[in-house]
Design a binder for this molecule. Structure first.
Ligand SMILES: [Zn+2]
Length: 376
């Protein structure tokens, strides 16, 4: 999303004119607000000029901002509850100019935020991510340093929850407020900065979506089918798309996975190495199984019986990792081990390179009688 702020156009503007200018910038982009959605405000002295209902940010004028007594709105937060009609009534009472339009339903929240300029949009990109099955997790990941609010009805309830959640916190440590399934608030004492903060916040989400679109897709059903067939029983998949798993699945770091276990006992759970799935799963699985046979042949001594040669976990190129278990519990154990191993491998790379025990040592561990007994 492009930042449209033009400093040449704003040189001579006063605070309320600046408020009109950046409100229109926000309103002009329908991926930020649609048809009268969103609202903005500016505090001048003890007065909050907040978007009046019936006005559209795209075309708003100075008269579109309702002047209200900031303190009167903040005082409303003393109420435990407030019906919509009471809120509207009290907000009207807080109006300095009684002929001005009714203040926005978010006026109390605007009053509460201790900055001169406050901007609020319903940015498509951010709500798209919030409205997904993994919304909570993704928003946490994308919006580090922001205050993240679970969904509540806009209006008094929303203002109240923000009021409670910000009790005793340092506002300067908050980059903005993310409202799940709803939108974004940004703020600053400078009109441009508040607008810039909004564009930056939206860009975090837009960038994330662009990256996800480019992300490779994998056929997990096909993988489950192939591994189950190779194992001789129906496997449970545990998909890991954490930051570290995704990093591990990049072309750059993928081969790290082929360098052996973090500590010997892991080998009975994870095998020495995972399979890497890129495109041709069948061929990749055949190669893995063949390589496992070769490994067994190379180190076999006499009485060992070959374990099932199918992999216990997989790195899926540009996607993440998957652990295979006979049930949920086993898959989770394998995933836990992988999480630690991946982190260690990535850190070890920075320390000069990862180096595990060698293949022969791995084999002795994997086929050590005592370890084989554990499995039984
Ligand atoms: Zn809203």
């Amino acid at each position: 999303m492009k930042n449209l702020y033009n400093t040449k156009k704003t040189k001579k503007l006063d605070d309320l004119e600046l408020r009109v200018y950046t409100s229109r910038l926000l309103g002009s982009d329908d991926s930020l607000v649609l048809h009268g959605g969103g609202n903005t405000s500016v505090k001048i002295g003890g007065t909050l000029y907040v978007k009046g209902s019936g006005w559209d940010l795209a075309t708003i004028e100075k008269e579109g901002f309702s002047p209200t007594k900031t303190i009167d709105l903040i005082m409303l937060l003393e109420h435990e509850r407030l019906s919509d009609s009471d809120m509207v009534k009290y907000q009207k009472e807080a109006l300095i100019d009684k002929s001005a339009p009714n203040p926005s339903v978010e006026a109390i929240l605007h009053a509460l935020i201790p900055y001169k300029f406050v901007d609020h949009t319903h940015a498509d990109a951010m709500v798209t991510i919030s409205n997904t099955n993994r919304g909570e997790e993704l928003i946490e990941e994308i919006y580090e340093g922001y205050l993240i609010i679970p969904y509540v009805m806009p209006g008094f309830l929303l203002a109240k929850i923000v009021y409670n959640m910000t009790d005793g916190i340092e506002w300067e440590n908050i980059k903005g407020i993310i409202l799940h399934n709803h939108g974004i608030f940004t703020f600053a004492n400078d009109a441009k900065e508040s607008y810039d903060n909004m564009i930056d916040a939206v860009n975090l989400a837009e960038r994330y979506i662009r990256k996800a679109k480019k992300q490779k897709t994998h056929d997990l059903n096909k993988i489950q089918e192939l591994i189950s067939e190779a194992k001789g029983y129906e496997v449970t998949l545990k998909v890991n798309q954490s930051k570290i798993a995704k990093q591990f699945a990049t072309k750059e770091d993928m081969t790290l996975s082929q360098q052996g276990v973090l500590t010997p006992e892991h080998i009975i759970r994870t095998k020495r190495v995972p399979i890497i799935f890129e495109d041709d799963y069948e061929k990749e699985l055949n190669n893995y199984i063949k390589a496992y046979h070769d490994y067994f042949e190379r180190h076999y001594i006499d009485s060992e019986i070959m374990l099932n040669p199918a992999p216990n976990w997989a790195v899926l190129r540009d996607f993440g990792t998957i652990s295979f278990g006979k049930d949920e519990k086993e898959a989770s154990i394998i995933e836990d081990i992988n999480n630690h191993t991946m982190k260690a491998m990535i850190n070890a790379k920075k320390l000069g390179g990862y180096k595990s025990i060698n293949e022969e040592q791995s084999f002795y561990m994997e086929y050590w009688e005592l370890e084989q007994m554990k499995l039984k």
